[in-house]
Design a protein around this ligand. Sequence first.
Ligand SMILES: C[S@@+](CC[C@H](N)C(=O)[O-])C[C@H]1O[C@@H](n2cnc3c(N)ncnc32)[C@H](O)[C@@H]1O
Length: 164
Amino acid sequence: MLMPPALTVAEYFAGIGLMRLGLEEAGWTTVFANDLDAKKRERYEHHFGCSPAVTPDDIHLLDVKHVPSTILATASFPCNDLSLAGARRGLSGEHSSAFWGFIRILEEMGARRPPLILLENVTGLLTSNDGADSREALPAVNRLGYNVDAFIMDATRFRLFSLS
Ligand SMILES: C[S@@+](CC[C@H](N)C(=O)[O-])C[C@H]1O[C@@H](n2cnc3c(N)ncnc32)[C@H](O)[C@@H]1O
């Protein structure tokens, strides 16, 4: 893998930028962000300014040529089909299948692929379709050359902050 500049991050499924908030505090710089929801992009850019502008593409259509090389890529992909509160269609569901769009981007980046990735979702990812989804998803990440592990974090252990 080619090494891009230190502590740079590409933020997929950027939403209103909660991932960026945490990473910036830890010294990371977001150089690319993507989300297809116009209202969320507006909130993101209201908070962080327009640099980088959040690209509006559907992850399934995003052209890898527009994605810069970074050290880290984050993916807070949709949980609608994984959450215990939903119909649990899993990673083939209309929304959560966006995970595979992220995998496609990494595949197409080839040697430019970031050395680190961070996937964030609900615990239902580990149990949907009786675990078959995670048994398919984690090896897909392995095949791209990443060591991968899943762990559960309790959000109540972290301090609250607010976006203006
Ligand atoms: C779980 S939310 C991410 C929350 C984010 N971490 C935040 O701070 O708001 C998932 C995001 O993925 C976006 N999204 C859903 N499907 C997408 C797709 N096919 N392509 C790009 N973005 C998508 C949604 O608009 C939503 O903002």
